[in-house]
Design a protein around this ligand. Structure first.
Ligand SMILES: C[S@@+](CC[C@H](N)C(=O)[O-])C[C@H]1O[C@@H](n2cnc3c(N)ncnc32)[C@H](O)[C@@H]1O
Length: 272
């Protein structure tokens, strides 16, 4: 196993927090279903994946060869792997509560990762230019958001940035319409839980801990057509769907700054 960064000892959180994720990582391995929607066809998950990835790649400015990036709640490296490919010189590492995901991350990205919880990042790992946090804060216990953001800020270099993507309450109606979510959850019994944030929750917490939002985006078209995406990817040929997803991406780009419903909110955050 390559060890590009010496990140110190594993910092294992309480077992109950990671049991469900460990099971999910074992059941789904290095696949989109493990970290995105379990009941969605791969092609739809690929579209969601690209919405996350494009935002991250647009946010990272390769300003120095010694750039340090930490992917918190890294999973199997879905997002780190393309970042490693685009910025091979950068020191990129992962951290996750699931030991199996840490193992998969190391295997997939060729970079080091360690076991740890987002609300207990060890001081000795130092500071970073970018900290990527995608759909992780949603699993925090209530009242831990502010404290956790504050500790993430403590691990940023002076000009460092946090790239944060978390589910938004405004997208729930579209995501659960007609009981679709229940239908999709029939695929297994793993319950990894997770919450959606209200529109002001994350911005207010960022403000309180001395952060400022540099960029905030949404994906309204993908959100409005969530049910259609599910139905069409189940029924239409892939080549038709490619065109459909291209159209969704163009529409999302046009609407990204409007305060419209969204499955996830996308934030680039710096220090005030
Ligand atoms: C929905 S997945 C997202 C994985 C990855 N960020 C991605 O977008 O591909 C959530 C990840 O967060 C990890 N996780 C959950 N709670 C965590 C915690 N308290 N600290 C660190 N990682 C956590 C899970 O093990 C899982 O890998």
């Amino acid at each position: 196993m390559p060890a590009q960064n010496n990140m110190g000892k594993d910092n294992h959180p309480e077992k109950r927090d990671c049991a469900a994720w460990e099971q999910r990582s074992i059941d789904y391995g290095a696949t989109w279903k493990g970290v995105l929607f379990r009941g969605m066809p791969d092609m739809a998950n690929e579209h969601f994946h690209l919405s996350h990835l494009n935002f991250i790649l647009q946010c990272i400015k390769d300003s120095k060869a010694t750039m340090r990036i930490l992917d918190v709640g890294c999973g199997y490296g879905r997002l780190s792997l393309p970042v490693v490919k685009k910025f091979p010189q950068a020191q990129i590492s992962g951290m996750d509560i699931s030991p199996n995901y840490v193992k998969l991350y190391r295997k997939n990205t060729g970079r080091d990762a360690f076991i740890g919880a987002v609300d207990a990042i060890p001081r000795e790992i130092g500071t970073f230019d970018y900290i990527i946090v995608v759909t992780v804060l949603m699993y925090l216990p209530e009242n831990k958001l502010r404290e956790t953001l504050s500790s993430l800020f403590a691990h940023l270099n002076p000009a460092g940035k946090i790239i944060l993507i978390e589910p938004d309450k405004s997208g729930i109606t579209f995501q659960t319409c007609c009981g679709l979510t229940k239908l999709m959850r029939k695929t297994d019994n793993i319950n990894t839980g997770g919450k959606c944030f209200s529109a002001s929750e994350i911005p207010a917490a960022i403000d309180k801990v001395g952060g400022s939002i540099i960029r905030e985006e949404r994906i309204p078209a993908t959100t409005f057509f969530f049910l259609l995406i599910y139905l069409l990817t189940k029924t239409l040929p892939q080549k038709w769907m490619r065109g459909f997803f291209r159209l969704m991406t163009v529409l999302d780009d046009l609407l990204k700054n409007k305060k419209l419903p969204t499955l996830w909110s996308f934030y680039l955050i710096g220090k005030k």
